[in-house]
Design a protein around this ligand. Sequence first.
Ligand code: HEC
Length: 123
Amino acid sequence: MMKSPTIKPVAAVGLALAFACGPSGAADLMAGQAAFEKFACAACHGADGKSSVLPTYPVLAGQHADYLQHALRSYQRGASGSGAVNTRSNAVMTALVPQLSDADIRNIAAWLSSLPSDLAVRR
Ligand code: HEC
């Protein structure tokens, strides 16, 4: 069997990079909060994600992150007008979501889901 001395260092560098950058889906909670403020989401949903300006606006704090991501991407698909399935349409949200990057969505969803709320049961 041939020995390859280069394999180990390459694997080590790969591991180090993986830890430095995190898995590709890793979310940044602080960036999520910053984006939530930057895009004025708090104006309607409340700075805490649950004190909405109108009681009919959905509570976001404590919601599952994958649910929130799915909702935001569904508005994006609706906004794109591509005829995709699984779209959502809402006058306000449809107008807002095109400016959100994939990272914004991941980070905002992770931050919102980390917030205390009656929507989630913490064990
Ligand atoms: C002008 C008010 C307003 C602003 C600003 C706003 N939203 Fe919304 N948001 C709404 C309303 C109203 C709904 C419910 C829409 C519907 O029925 O589809 C909603 C729905 C949502 C939902 C779906 C929740 C669920 O449980 O299905 C998410 C997620 C969301 N907003 C996130 C955001 C984010 C992130 C931002 C900032 C980029 C934002 N919103 C800005 C009013 C607003």
